[in-house]
Structures are given as C-alpha cells and as structure tokens.
Design a protein around this ligand. Sequence first.
Ligand code: GAR
Length: 193
Amino acid sequence: MIKPFNLVILLSGAGSNALNLIGHFHDKTYFDKHTFVSKVISNNPDAKGLLKAQSKGVKTAILNHKDFIRREDFDSVLANLVLESSPNLILLAGFMRVLSEAFLSRIKVPILNIHPSLLPLHKGAHAIEDSFKDASQFGGVSVHYVTKELDSGAILVQEKIPKASNIKDYEKDIHDLEYKLYVEAVLKVLKGS
Ligand code: GAR
C-alpha cells in the first residue's frame, strides 16, 4: 500500500536546495511512500525561496523572527505552524536560525539540516568561505539531524570534494554536491521509515 509522506521545508534565502528537494520529492513515489511538500516556511519575508516554491505550486508561509522579542516565542509559534501541516519529516534548507527547545521539544519527527562543510568543521553562516580558506585540499557537505546547538547533531550523510582553484567554482561544486546529498539523505530516511 502506498503511504503519504509529508515534508515541510524551512528556509531563509535563495531556496536553491528547497527547489531541488521539491523537484525530487513533490508528488513523487519512493519505496512505498508518496512524497509531497505540504509547506515551505520562511523567517525572512524577502526570501527568494518563497517564490521558487510557489512557482512549483507549493504552499508557503512567512513567520518573521523580527516580530518576536524572545527566540522561544518565535520558535513556539513556528512549531505551531509546522505542526498544522502534520509532517513526517522537516528539512532545513538554508534556514539560518538555531532552533531552541521551544521548537524541538514539540516536534516528534526527524528534522534534518544541510550544511556546506565537513562538520564539525566550519559551523555557522560563512562555511563555504571558511572552508575554502583553510589548509585542507578538500571541502564538503554534511546533512545532519538538528539539535539546539548550531550545525550539530548526528551526521546522516557527508561527502568530501577536492577544492576548485577559485571560490566561485568551489561554491558551485558545493551547491551541486548539496543537491545530490540532500536527496540521498531524504531517501535514507524514507527507506528506514
Ligand atoms: C546552502 O549552502 C546551505 O547549505 C547553507 O545555506 C545555503 C542556502 O542556499 N546553510 C547553512 O549554512 C546552515 N548553517 P539555498 O537557499 O540556495 O538553498
């Protein structure tokens, strides 16, 4: 029997990972699951990712963190918004906020994040630049379970690539790897669920 598998995506910016995930998993079937993206939520009202999701017919919502004084209050309302959609899996795709217990304690399904470095190296918002500048010949991408610590939590998939000679090419290589790896990570969860 084909079972529904409902994904919610959180983003803050360009949304290229979200678009890629929607392309792979919206209205598709894997194993015995019919996957669909029920909602894309952004904390940034100007996020280009919202328009990308809408162009694929996916519902969007905005919850601006600037409307809240306390992080916990934002996180609690965000949890309500996510739970309204009853997802089986939550995917952070360039969602540039740390989630506190006010969110995490309410959510009983897996939450994944993608990060453009070989975690635990180069956490934070400038991982591509930081990893390009370090002494290693390799950079990479990690997909991990989300905890209340920034870019931490058990790693689900990770892959390294040799660094291109300039940051522009390196950035493109990293994004291409992200698109491949996030799909692999979701397939892993789907297979095990
Ligand atoms: C991606 O590179 C993602 O890995 C990174 O933000 C970018 C979002 O791009 N996330 C983090 O750095 C999380 N700490 P996108 O909006 O085009 O998907």
